[in-house]
Design a protein around this ligand. Structure first.
Ligand code: HEC
Ligand code: HEC
Length: 331
């Protein structure tokens, strides 16, 4: 890792230097504080992220399923969509999602901008269309004004909407976890059990798949390497995108950042606790049975990955006008 001249403060550069020197060989890297974002787009994107009027019901926003008060998830096995539709798969966290190499469990969206259009038009999620969503925004004077300020245009389009949401999502990083402070040289940041848990995580081979700043999010891997996983849902992962048999049960490795907050676990949400998830990972991915003590230590380590949660004022949304199409919550 080299020191990036773009970092504005000397403190940041020093921190990076400290990482380079002290922990050059660690497979996990600290989360960097947010940088290089377009602040006007971020503010607009934040409003859109919280605005339920992007859904048919006028009731479901991105935050309904990716609740920023709860680790960017809904803490449900699978999500509840329009008309109480039962979702097919567990909602991953939006926290640090800008670090994912692709989006969704099966990687079908290349980046956050490509992802953001999906839920609005998904009949089982927000159940709207892009045209209707844009019509709603265009009928709200406060939005017309703000889009004009941000993009210099009177006419709103879906591209502007997804760009702004993606820019806001870039700010949802969680630096300064206890583990990152340890990585950056504060040896008192972890206790003995947590450190032992990290050693087990490293030496047992978890880091083969869970590495980098997000402790995951950078490869597709098979769920059930040593022993097959008996899933309760029909999702089969990457094969849905490529059609290749070899991609059956290949999923994007989830980030383990803030994993203490993002229960339940796995794409089908079947593991309710970290204890269970660690036990299953040990057996299915590595052919290892952890003792009760080892499991507790790994879980203790995983809990040190909780970083500073995004903090901001709740956005106040511009009111609808007489021209705004009425929401249809019960259709
Ligand atoms: C009804 C619940 C629901 C709503 C509303 C919703 N999402 Fe999601 N989101 C999900 C689920 C479920 C997935 C996983 C789908 C999959 O992988 O097939 C997901 C995946 C994602 C991902 C990919 C994360 C990753 O690790 O791959 C991002 C980013 C995301 N959503 C952002 C958004 C944004 C932005 C909005 C609003 C425009 C939104 N979501 C609205 C449930 C929802
Ligand atoms: C061969 C790659 C691989 C190895 C090795 C591996 N994992 Fe995973 N891990 C995955 C994949 C893929 C998933 C998602 C599986 C799914 O949802 O079906 C996952 C999911 C998880 C989850 C659930 C996260 C969530 O948000 O749902 C935890 C916790 C976890 N792993 C911890 C570990 C631990 C601890 C180890 C070592 C004992 C480990 N993993 C080893 C690939 C791996």
């Amino acid at each position: 890792m080299k020191v990036n001249v773009l970092f504005s403060t000397a403190a940041m550069a020093l921190a990076m230097l400290a990482t380079t020197q002290a922990n050059a060989k660690e497979p996990i890297e600290p989360i960097r504080p947010v940088q290089d974002v377009n602040l006007a787009q971020v503010e607009l994107g934040k409003k859109l992220y919280f605005d339920p009027r992007l859904s048919k019901s006028g009731f479901i926003s991105c935050n309904s399923c990716h609740n920023l008060s709860m680790g960017g998830t809904d803490n449900l096995k699978t999500s509840i969509g329009h008309n109480w539709h039962q979702g097919p798969i567990n909602a991953p966290t939006v926290l640090n999602s800008s670090l994912n190499f692709v989006q969704f469990w099966d990687g079908r969206a290349a980046d956050l901008k490509a992802q953001a259009g999906g839920p609005i038009a998904n009949p089982g999620e927000m159940a709207f269309t892009h045209t209707l969503a844009v019509d709603v925004l265009q009928s709200i004077p406060g939005y017309v004004h703000e889009f004009k300020q941000v993009y210099g245009k009177d006419k709103i389009d879906i591209d502007m909407v997804t760009t702004a949401i993606a820019e806001f999502e870039k700010t949802l990083v969680t630096p300064n976890s206890r583990f990152d402070r340890w990585l950056l040289g504060d040896k008192s940041a972890l206790n003995a059990d947590e450190l032992a848990g990290y050693q087990l995580f490293k030496n047992s081979g978890c880091v083969a798949c869970h590495n980098g700043p997000a402790v995951g999010g950078n490869s597709f891997q098979k769920m059930g390497v040593v022993q097959p996983y008996k899933a309760k849902s029909p999702a089969e992962g990457r094969v849905a995108v490529t059609g290749k048999d070899a991609d059956r049960f290949m999923f994007k490795v989830p980030t383990l950042r803030n994993v203490e907050m993002t229960y339940p676990y796995f794409h089908d949400g079947e593991a309710e606790t970290l204890t269970e998830a660690v036990d299953i990972m040990g057996r299915l991915q590595l052919g290892k049975r952890f003792s009760g003590k080892e499991n507790r230590q790994i879980v203790a380590f995983l809990k040190t990955l909780t970083g500073d949660q995004p903090a901001f004022q709740m956005p106040i949304l511009p009111p609808s006008s007489e021209k705004t199409p009425a929401p249809k919550p019960f259709e």
